[in-house]
Ligand binder design. Structure first.
Ligand SMILES: NC(=O)c1ccc[n+]([C@@H]2O[C@H](COP(=O)([O-])OP(=O)(O)OC[C@H]3O[C@@H](n4cnc5c(N)ncnc54)[C@H](O)[C@@H]3O)[C@@H](O)[C@H]2O)c1
Length: 259
């Protein structure tokens, strides 16, 4: 999508980290940006120092009735949503699958995966009817290669990749693009925000992600991906390509062995 034609972007998990980075970058392009987030405190702090073309609402991406209400309010203020970024998420826990509390598995899937479905479900029909729009769903490198001791997170992010690929196939003939964003580490407060929000306890250090890209660098990759209608937006090829190659090689070998 040509960003010059976009008027309104809607970003979940927009009060922190990657979502906030993308919100600021799109606002700088002159696009009205609605950020939504479950954290009222982060939302108020961010909005108190945001440019005039950035507004926000509290939204828990698990709450389908709230999605419908917030869509009405956001579009009444800024018109139809041209860019949707389903980005809200909580972090991996560092527990092995057998020792994971089943309630934590349910929570991570409900936020990281079903939350993305809820966003597509809320906005895709209108985009399809208008014949334009772009959706970015934040998965992770853990959605295309396995991260140890993060089974619930990996399952949720592989799910986001599958859901996004399916949405792309369905929406592309109707003029709507879908990109899957699979970043490696990005220096955000993902770990501490997850704990503050009552997410699963984690054995990963809060510093785990801090060696990664800045949110502004991640945002630049996302904006390029929207402009190019990229199916996948990836980062850090030097770090992650070997792991992805291992997976692709294993799939090829399985075909060769089975033939
Ligand atoms: N930081 C990384 O290294 C990294 C790497 C790969 C993928 N990701 C993914 O990027 C996305 C953004 O994470 P981030 O790193 O910017 O972390 P972050 O904690 O800075 O931002 C995530 C935001 O999502 C919000 N959120 C959490 N649960 C929510 C819910 N139920 N409803 C609405 N909002 C909710 C949080 O309040 C927070 O503001 C996540 O989906 C994460 O899994 C992050």
């Amino acid at each position: 999508m040509d960003l010059a034609t976009a008027k309104h972007a809607f970003i979940t998990g927009g009060a922190s980290g990657i979502g906030l980075g993308v919100a600021r970058a799109l606002a700088e392009c002159g696009i009205a940006v609605t950020i939504v987030d479950v954290s009222k405190d982060n939302l108020s702090a961010v909005l108190s120092e945001s440019p005039a073309n950035m507004g926000g609402h509290q939204l828990d991406v698990r709450d389908r009735a709230a999605w419908a209400r917030v869509k009405v309010d956001a579009e009444a203020a800024n018109g139809p949503v041209d860019i949707l970024m389903n980005n809200a998420g909580i972090s991996p826990s560092g527990f092995e699958i057998f020792e994971m509390d089943p309630a934590h598995f349910d929570q991570i899937v409900a936020i990281n995966l079903t939350g993305v479905f809820n966003g597509i479900s809320t906005f895709a029909a209108d985009m399809r009817a208008r014949g334009s729009g772009h959706i970015v769903n934040t998965a992770s490198m853990a959605g295309i290669s396995v991260m140890p001791h993060a089974g619930g997170y990996v399952a949720s992010k592989f799910g986001v990749v599958g859901l996004s690929e399916a949405a792309r196939v369905e929406l592309e003939p109707h003029g709507v693009g879908v990109s899957t964003f699979c970043p490696g580490q990005v220096a955000t407060s993902l770990m501490s925000n997850t704990l503050k929000l009552g997410g699963p306890p984690t054995r990963f250090s809060a510093d785990y992600v801090m060696t990664g890209l800045s949110p502004a660098e991640a945002a630049a990759a996302v904006l390029r991906g929207i402009e190019e209608n990229a199916p996948y937006i990836l980062t850090d090829p030097q770090v992650w390509r070997p792991a992805i190659d291992v997976r692709i090689d294993a799939l090829r070998k399985a075909f060769d062995d089975g033939a």
